[in-house]
Design a protein around this ligand. Structure first.
Ligand code: SF4
Length: 881
């Protein structure tokens, strides 16, 4: 058995691999054996095709020596001619700590620039900045156990049920035991909000006002802990004054946040009267032009009440990526140095001494948005992008693509080809999750080993090795002569302890002497590590103060809520985020068929009122425009989205839909302190597009449907082939009736049988391609509103021998048993559809997720679908509500 960790979200679940099959590790303290739908599908990602197995230079496979020599020579030349700041690295929260350490050391200690930033900038850099401002260091004060020991849990801008599902399940189980009250603060009624006792659907961006109102209310009602504040906090009076000025009354805050006064009072009273309060927050707080202020507004309330560092209480930032926290420890952000040190003279000199650096970076480098701006305007002449896909995931993705296409040297390290690797001059084959050794740190500061359990294919190598090799070839051989990840970890741990007499809480000195075998067997450990007589240790921090500031006190900050400017041209606010079964730009999860059955295509969620005003029907097509660009997408009516807001998933790319990445539309506004992009607040306008026809295409081959123009499409893998949803916003081309065109569309050769059915009066056309009695493709076209066979039916027949009955049934839109298609899949683990669950509720009188689980197995594996099952029970049992 190999114990490792899940490579997706920041919960950091333990995985045990037995005979090559990953399962939840029952002994890991993050998940105790549970995995969510993505983690449970890891086994299906192990055999994904099309891995990169050799370095590629300008389209040709080459050996490692050729690629690395070229990179080292070009970096040396550019550094000599243009200075170190003409080179940049853009790396990833998917990196292991050891990858991060070597990349950061090469850039900041040897190339001599601060220009290494990470996609974690997009994920949690506002939390980092907020922690540093309040605590003096980027430290999360609590642990996961606090969620189970709290009496009130507040979820702010966090759709935990979908984005941190295993932790959410732990919270739900604790709630069943101790009746924990749950408040969700989110403009959108998400799956998480559905299960809350109170949902505050505040106006986007009004969080600072809401929390300033709470601080003022706590003070006005004598609910602060003045004794604790007097001993451990400074800035209290100024912060309270600012809060009282900003939020003079409950009704003022209610108007500014667009909440009901009674709901607001209810929330404030719950907070005031509950000692054990945990405030969880993630991207809805961080990904904002005022993200750092939002974080500090939350921290202010916990500091004012002394609710921090004790069982069941404290502010808690949930990290998005598996090793966002490890990146913060290593200094993967451009404005950090390493091991929680910053760009101040003493730290620069200290790190320089430790690394024996010839040329330390003297100042922070470009943060992500500015970094690609500098690539675009030529200040950066070489960029190395690793384990991330900025051509799809960065704000203003179109501009990022333009910038990369102009850059003289783009290097990309990845395991598969992506929209970013297409723009690279050199593509390096990276080892993937199952093949990599190292460590990751989860949201509760717990360091776990990620262990390889199979060899990397071809010439694929871990990222740390590539950076070390380039460092050696640039002339710093001694400094990059690592024997393996254990060697790197020892150095990282030693740096954290170097000249550290307790002034930096991040100190892994106790692990700096681990030998290779001990590193190999390292169990999950949480820092601060126990060290007799040398500062705090354990799972909770700051209950008795001891903040890593010069005077040992935390800082409360006076804050001013920011008023958003209204845009007449772009009156709606675009919020982007995750869906339950997908991860980032779908390079792995998008190719696992059953993970595509919950949500198979991207859709813009729009309030029915806004849709009616614009003449847009459910599942109709809409044009979405921002100052950055335009995309066409299907619309899904959703009264959980506030009027004036729209929501789109962040995952789909050019590989999966003609809509491409939604980040093409997202503006480049950033938080002024953290530099984190405002990914949830882009002004847009939405208008109806006439949909002239609709179609479904299923075939064994992937690729992009060969329609010339005016077609929206989305692709999903079915297991036996590929399914495409199609919509035309120009009349169905006459050529669709041409056999040549049809054969090209269906990917069937001339010798294949082409079965056709058409009803010109109804505008309905159906085609099937059959080779040697097997169905190799089928296509269905009809007017808008048509309902066609779905992925489930196509999967059952594609590639299989097809009987005469099957042919007739398929072309009639039924499967061979005569049943209609099963509808959306709710439980991805056991492929249980919404229709089956609703039928079981109606016909068998089932009333709880437990009863549904017993009858259909739905929700009994990862539990990610339980919120949706609860919603279906509620709507079936009380359809009026
Ligand atoms: S919650 Fe899911 S995605 Fe996150 S670490 Fe656990 S199994 Fe992986």
């Amino acid at each position: 058995m190999t114990r490792t960790t899940c490579p997706y979200c920041g919960v950091g679940c333990g995985v045990s691999v037995v005979e090559g099959i990953p399962r939840g590790d029952p002994d890991h303290p993050a998940n105790f054996g549970r995995l969510c739908s993505k983690g449970a599908a890891l086994k299906d990602t192990l055999a994904l095709p099309d891995r990169l197995t050799a370095p590629i230079m300008r389209g040709r496979e080459v050996g490692w020596d050729t690629a690395l020599d070229h990179i080292a020579a070009e970096f040396s030349r550019i550094r000599a001619e243009h200075g170190p700041d003409a080179i940049a690295f853009y790396v990833s929260g998917q990196f292991l700590t050891e990858d991060y350490y070597v990349a950061n050391k090469l850039m900041k200690g040897f190339i001599g620039s601060g220009n290494i930033d990470t996609n974690s900038r997009l994920c949690m850099s506002s939390s980092v900045a907020g922690h540093v401002r309040a605590f003096g260091e980027d430290v999360v004060p609590g642990c996961y156990d606090d969620l189970e020991e709290a009496d009130l849990v507040i979820q702010v801008g966090s759709n935990m049920a979908w984005c941190h599902p295993v932790l959410y399940q732990r919270l739900m189980a604790a709630r069943d035991r101790r009746r924990t009250k749950i408040v969700t603060i989110d403009p959108r009624r998400t799956a998480t909000a559905e299960t809350a006792d109170l949902h505050l659907a505040l106006a986007p961006g009004s969080d600072v006002m809401l929390w300033s109102g709470l601080l003022a209310w706590l003070v006005n009602n004598d609910c602060v802990d003045r004794d604790w504040v007097s001993r451990h906090v400074c800035g209290f009076e100024e912060s309270v004054e600012a809060a009282q000025r900003a939020a003079p009354s409950l009704s003022f805050v209610a108007a500014a946040t667009q909440l009901k006064t009674d709901d607001l009072r209810n929330f404030y009273e719950m907070f005031a009267r509950t000692e054990r309060v945990v405030t969880l927050y993630s991207q809805g707080v961080n990904q904002s032009a005022s993200g750092t202020d939002k974080v500090n507004a939350i921290l202010n309330c916990h500091l004012a009440t002394g609710r921090i560092g004790r069982a069941g209480m404290g502010p808690f930032s949930l990290t998005g990526q598996p090793n966002a926290m490890g990146g913060r420890e290593v200094g993967g952000l451009a404005n950090q140095l390493a091991a929680h040190m910053g760009f101040v003279r003493q730290d620069i000199e200290r790190v320089g001494r430790f690394w024996n650096s010839p040329q330390m970076a003297a100042k922070p480098g470009f943060k992500a948005v500015d970094l690609f701006e500098a690539v675009g305007d030529g200040r950066i002449k070489a960029v190395w992008i690793a384990a991330t896909n900025p051509a799809d995931s960065m704000p203003r993705a179109g501009k990022v693509r333009e910038a990369l296409s102009k850059c003289p040297l783009v290097i990309c390290a990845d395991a598969w080809l992506t929209d970013t690797t297409k723009l690279a001059h050199i593509v390096l084959p990276a080892a993937s999750w199952a093949e990599k050794d190292g460590t990751v740190t989860n949201s509760e500061r717990r360091i776990s080993r990620q262990r390889a359990f199979r060899p990397a294919p071809g010439q694929a190598r871990p990222d740390w090795w590539m950076f070390a090799e380039v460092g050696r070839r640039m002339g710093w051989g001694e400094n990059f002569s690592y024997s393996g990840p254990a060697d790197i970890f020892r150095e990282h741990a030693a740096l954290s302890a170097f000249e550290n007499d307790g002034q930096r809480m991040f100190n892994l000195g106790a692990l700096a002497e681990l030998d290779d075998a001990a590193y190999d067997h390292l169990p999950p450990v949480q820092w601060p590590l126990p060290k007799p007589g040398r500062g705090p240790s354990g799972t909770r921090l700051f209950a008795r103060g001891g903040f890593p500031t010069p005077d040992g006190r935390a800082r409360m900050l006076p804050l001013s809520p920011r008023a958003d400017e209204e845009s007449l041209d772009f009156p709606l606010t675009l919020n982007t985020g995750r869906v339950r079964d997908q991860w980032h730009t779908m390079t792995r999860t998008g190719r696992v068929p059953h993970l595509m059955t919950h949500i198979a295509a991207p859709a813009l969620a729009l309030n029915p009122r806004d849709a009616t005003m614009r003449g847009i029907a459910d599942r109709g097509l809409a044009r979405i425009e921002s100052a950055q660009g335009t995309v066409v997408m299907r619309v899904s009516l959703d009264d959980g989205v506030r009027p004036g807001d729209v929501f789109a998933p962040m995952h789909w790319t050019d590989q999966f839909s003609s809509s491409g990445p939604i980040d093409r539309l997202v503006h480049a506004m950033v938080d002024p302190v953290s530099g984190q992009p405002d990914l949830k607040g882009t002004p847009v306008r939405v208008s109806a597009m006439e949909e002239c026809w609709r179609g479904n295409l299923f075939r064994l081959a992937g690729g992009i449907p060969e329609f010339s123009e005016c077609v929206w499409w989305a692709k999903a893998q079915t297991g036996t082939g590929f399914g495409f949803e199609l919509s035309g916003f120009a009349p169905l081309a006459k050529e669709i009736h041409s056999e040549t065109v049809l054969r090209r569309l269906l990917h069937i050769p001339a010798e294949a049988e082409l079965v056709t059915y058409s009803d010109a009066r109804k505008g309905t056309f159906r085609y099937a391609g059959i080779i040697h009695g097997r169905l190799t493709a089928c296509a269905f076209f009809g007017p808008p509103g048509s309902d066609f066979p779905g992925l489930d039916q196509a999967k059952a027949l594609l590639g299989k021998e097809i009987s005469a009955m099957d042919r007739i049934a398929l072309l009639a839109g039924l499967d061979s048993s005569g049943s209609k298609k099963a509808g959306k899949t709710v439980c991805a683990c056991f492929s249980v559809s919404e229709d089956s669950i609703c039928a079981a509720i109606r016909d068998n009188g089932l009333k709880t997720p437990g009863e549904i689980g017993k009858a259909l197995k739905a929700g009994t594996n990862c539990g990610s679908c339980i919120p949706e099952i609860k919603k279906l029970i509620a709507s079936e049992l009380d359809p009026v509500a």
